[in-house]
Design a protein around this ligand. Sequence first.
Ligand SMILES: Nc1ncnc2c1ncn2[C@@H]1O[C@H](COP(=O)(O)OP(=O)(O)OP(=O)(O)O)[C@@H](O)[C@H]1O
Ligand SMILES: [Mg+2]
Length: 348
Amino acid sequence: MIEKKDLDGPVELLSMQETTDDFATIFEPSCFDDYLGQHEVKNKIKVFVTASKMRGDPLDHMLLFGPPGLGKTTLAKIMAKELNVPFRITSAPILERTGDLVAILSSITAREILFIDEIHRLPKNVEEILYSAMENFCVDVIIGQGAGAKSIRLPLQPFTLIGATTKTSLISGPLQTRFGIVERLDFYQPEDLAHIVMQNADFMGIPCLPEAALTIGQRARGTPRIVKRIIRRVRDFAQVHNYNIIDTTVVNQALTFLGIDEDGLNKLDRAILTHILQDFDGGPVGLDTLAAMTGEDKESIEDVCEPFLLRIGLLQKSPRGRQIPAKKIPYLRRKLLGQITPEQSELF
Ligand SMILES: Nc1ncnc2c1ncn2[C@@H]1O[C@H](COP(=O)(O)OP(=O)(O)OP(=O)(O)O)[C@@H](O)[C@H]1O
Ligand SMILES: [Mg+2]
């Protein structure tokens, strides 16, 4: 993401309009029709957006949560487009001081959408500024220092806050209750991801067969961002090998080349599962140990790998750590360690 540094103001991310041109070669959904899958959430949000548009009121504050790459930011941008209101994007880790947030809030225009990514990472004192901003469209700021300090109330334009998070458990109660709409994005079905493959292949002008799109959909960890990454790499692979159509054979060869297996697992997923299996006999094992053994940081393991492994039932979390469910151990031994099970050995 591109950063615009204002010398005496907060660090702000460029608005949507300013960033899209840089990525004109990559397809980005810009309306509800382009946003595929997530039917339930999308239908609800369409109603809220239409109602707000009819009344001319700002959309209610909204909290979107779900694992990385499922389309939280994209959905927020689409809402701004559909409502025809300005969209401003920022991220909690760069809002270090209360002044950073106050500067943004005080320049917000009526009905504007302010999108705060990773909202669970707001420092407590910055988060507290949001309470009155969200509830009463005002902020209290302290002017001066010591005995002469006084508090003044700054009115704000009525706006919409959209907060995005991968971890709702880390959002404080007072903040969560101030969102009128809370929606969860879940992993996508392979069929929906196959539509996203076709959408992107069409945009890039490469013919892709529906069954090839479904194969990618099945191996993309339920995540549009991964679909987009795979289809671009498959295109590279096809181009270099002179294939002018993407079929299942090309996809299978490309996925093997990329190290993505038939369950959608990548190298890091396999390393995690292999360590738990080989070194800890299936677990439980702590996150710190796994991070040290794989050389990966804890956040990537926890935010990117684990949600998918948990979802497909290859991993379980318990108070004592991560473990592989007993019934999956024979399958993973075969898959990762090439070991045959006692039942199989009877066949030989
Ligand atoms: N429903 C969808 N239909 C088509 N493309 C989508 C959809 N959802 C997401 N995408 C595409 O997937 C990519 C990732 O989406 P996005 O950046 O919105 O995810 P995110 O949930 O905000 O992720 P993060 O938590 O990492 O910020 C984008 O390039 C977007 O164009
Ligand atoms: Mg995002």
